[in-house]
Design a binder for this molecule. Structure first.
Ligand code: BG6
Ligand code: MG
Length: 220
C-alpha cells in the first residue's frame, strides 16, 4: 500500500536545471570549454563534483581534486546568486497542486534531492510546509544513482520503499529509485526517464488521480 511520496527537487518541483545550465555555462565559457544543453542533461540528478567530472571528461581535461573543488565552488556561487531571483511563482506547473493534494489526502511526503542548496530553493518557493522530511545533498554521502537519498527519506518517514512513490526527472534518479525498491514516476521524455514504472511528459500531467489510476491496487 502506498503511504508516502518522495520528490526530487530540481526538474520536478521547480526548473532549476536552467539555472544550473546558466551557471555551468558561465564557468565553462570563461574557461573556453565546450558545454551545451545535451551535456547539461547528463548532469541531472548527479552531485556538483560528479558534474565537474563529466564536464572535464567531455573536454578531455584532467585536474586534481583541489582544482575541481575550486571550480565547483565558483559555479556554486553563480548558481546560489541566481536563486535569489526565485519566487513562489516558480513551481513547475502542476507541482504545487500535486503537493497540496497530497497534503489534503494525508500522505507522508519527503524531499530526496542531490542538491546542497535544496533548503534555499524550498525557502524561495515557500515550499517547506509541503514536506515532512527534507533529504538533500548533506543527508547522505553516496549520491544518485545510488538509492541512499531515497532510503534516507523512507526511513525518516517510517515507511518501507515499497510503500513509497519516487518522482524523478533524471535517468540516474530513476535508477536510484529502482535500486532502492521504490515505485517510480518519471517526469520528462522517454529517452531520459522511460525506465520509470510510470512516465509523464510534465508535472502538469502527473496528477494524483493519474498516479492512483496507474497503481490502482496499491492505493486501495
Ligand atoms: C541535482 C541537480 O538536483 O543537484 C544536479 O539535478 C546538481 O544538476 C545537483 O548537480 C547538485 O546540486 P548543488 O545545488 O548541490 O550544486
Ligand atoms: Mg532532478
Amino acid at each position: 500500500m502506498i503511504k508516502g511520496f518522495i520528490f526530487d527537487l530540481d526538474g520536478v518541483i521547480t526548473d532549476t536545471a536552467e539555472l544550473h545550465f546558466e551557471a555551468w555555462k558561465s564557468l565553462t565559457d570563461e574557461k573556453g570549454w565546450n558545454f551545451d544543453r545535451e551535456i547539461n542533461d547528463q548532469l541531472r540528478g548527479i552531485s556538483r563534483l560528479d558534474s565537474i567530472q563529466v564536464i572535464l571528461a567531455h573536454n578531455g581535461i584532467s585536474l586534481d581534486d583541489s582544482e575541481k573543488s575550486d571550480l565547483a565552488n565558483i559555479k556554486n556561487d553563480i548558481y546560489v546568486k541566481s536563486l535569489d531571483e526565485m519566487t513562489p511563482d516558480d513551481y513547475l506547473p502542476g507541482a504545487k497542486e500535486l503537493l497540496t493534494h497530497l497534503r489534503t489526502e494525508g500522505f507522508a511526503v519527503a524531499l530526496g534531492s542531490s542538491s546542497k542548496n535544496a533548503e534555499k530553493v524550498l525557502e524561495q518557493l515557500n515550499a517547506k510546509p509541503y514536506f515532512d522530511i527534507v533529504g538533500d545533498g548533506h543527508s547522505v554521502t553516496k549520491s544518485k544513482p545510488e538509492p541512499d537519498i531515497f532510503l534516507f527519506g523512507a526511513e525518516k518517514l517510517n515507511l518501507q520503499p515499497e510503500e513509497c512513490v519516487v518522482f524523478e526527472d533524471a535517468e540516474k534518479g530513476i535508477d536510484a529509485a529502482k535500486a532502492g525498491g521504490f515505485y517510480s514516476v518519471g517526469i520528462g521524455p522517454e529517452d531520459r526517464v522511460g525506465n520509470a514504472d510510470l512516465r509523464f511528459d510534465t508535472m502538469q500531467d502527473a496528477t494524483l488521480f493519474e498516479v492512483k489510476a496507474h497503481f490502482t491496487d496499491l492505493f486501495s
